[in-house]
Design a binder for this molecule. Structure first.
Ligand SMILES: Cc1ncc(COP(=O)(O)O)c(C=O)c1O
Length: 381
């Protein structure tokens, strides 16, 4: 292949609505932690498609499961029962310790389901969410997203959302009154700067009357070293949302409702034509079978290795996060660092002006972590 990235991009990029500031890089192939561009150049992928490609590109387990399902049945609608959706719901229930699932197609849709579920279950429209939090771009999810720049062009939004600072227990308690039916929290604010919530804060949230929903769209499916990040916080929520890494890159979202909180949705309350798609659910089952204790141990070990390596680099002020969702606060501009790393063959992400976010596949090896660190050492200094 001789075409450059820009030649390829020029064939169609102007036909996409410009909702993303895309880099001029056209990726055409992936394998494990590596991707290749249209000109054949190799990159080490420590962005993982924004924390989505949880097992690495084209991992054989979800690939084989999805392929087999493609040959059997693509879609039946939710008018009928579906084996992959029921198996996935059962498997997620086992991981959670007893829950029912609603399947949709994205993280934002999972947030919408949580917002509607809480309204129906509690009869209350009020929501407490976090300053800096991110739950998606649809109007309900955006209404609970604590990032004013993303909200401002789209007002009026859904009313009733109050924002408090992450880990501010007093503000949380003050924000919850008789009108609030839902507290919506990311265990680690991902887009908002890789900011982990403290145990005392989530314990306070769990003690309050409203339903507690953890948005585990970015932190779930093993990314932080346990299947759910909340397992490390000593708190079990009533609701959890999942998406990104759940099917290793095929579109899927899920709302889990704990057994003690089920019963609010009845037929007709909510739905999604593609929700529970058999191919996506089959891929997700392949992911769940692969995210075992050995892989979670790899996440914890590689996360520690990456944290220690980053902390030792000149230009790194501090390192936040857990497992393989890490943010390096740098003494410089994160977007420029991301561009420079890409030029040096390493894909990483930003999470705010001065935070470089790392979310490699959970299968990353020690050698790949060292390789990424050696690129970052050149970039950050
Ligand atoms: C924590 C969190 N929730 C929700 C979303 C929205 O997910 P999606 O882009 O699939 O709608 C994201 C996306 O980055 C996220 O990080």
């Amino acid at each position: 292949m001789t075409a450059t990235s820009s030649e390829t991009a020029s064939r169609g990029v102007e036909r996409l609505l410009p909702t993303y500031a895309r880099a001029d890089l056209t990726i055409v192939r992936g394998d494990g932690c590596r991707v290749w561009d249209v000109a054949g150049r190799e990159y080490l992928d420590f962005g993982g498609g924004i924390a989505v490609v949880s097992l690495g590109h084209c991992h054989p387990a979800p690939a084989a499961a999805a392929r087999a399902q493609l040959d059997r049945l693509w879609h039946v609608s939710n008018l009928y029962r579906s084996e992959p959706a029921e198996e996935l719901a059962s498997s997620l229930s086992d991981r959670f310790g007893g829950a029912q699932a609603f399947f949709c197609n994205s993280g934002a849709e999972a947030a919408e389901a949580a917002l509607k579920y809480a309204r129906k279950a509690t009869g209350k429209a009020g929501v407490v969410a976090l300053e800096g939090g991110f739950h998606g771009r649809t109007l309900g999810a955006l209404s609970a997203t604590g990032q004013p720049a993303k909200r401002a062009p789209f007002t009026p939004l859904v009313p009733g959302v109050r924002f408090v600072g992450p880990n501010d227990v007093a503000a949380l308690r003050a924000a919850v009154d008789a009108e609030v039916g839902l507290i919506l929290l990311e265990p680690i604010l991902g887009e908002g700067g890789v900011i982990p919530l403290e145990r005392a804060f989530v314990e306070a949230a769990a003690e309050l009357e409203p339903l507690l929903c953890f948005d585990e769209v970015q932190t779930g499916a093993g990314r932080t070293g346990t299947f759910f990040a909340f397992e490390q916080l000593g708190v079990r929520p009533e609701l959890v949302t999942l998406a990104k890494g759940l099917a290793n890159g095929l579109p899927i979202g899920a709302l889990l409702v704990a057994d003690g909180a089920v019963g609010a949705f009845t037929p007709g309350d909510h739905g999604s034509t593609f929700g529970g798609n058999p191919v996506s659910c089959a891929a997700a089952l392949g992911v769940l079978e692969t995210v075992d204790e050995a892989l979670l141990e790899n996440v914890r070990k590689r996360g520690s290795q990456l944290t220690a390596g980053l902390e030792g680099l000149a230009g790194v002020v501090s390192v936040r996060g857990r497992g393989l969702l890490l943010g390096a606060v740098i003494d410089g501009n994160a977007a420029e660092a991301v561009d420079a790393a890409r030029g040096d063959g390493l894909l990483v992400l930003t999470a705010g002006d001065d935070v470089v976010r790392l979310a490699p596949p959970l299968t990353v090896t020690g050698d790949e972590v060292d390789e990424a660190l050696s690129v970052l050492a050149r970039i950050f200094c």
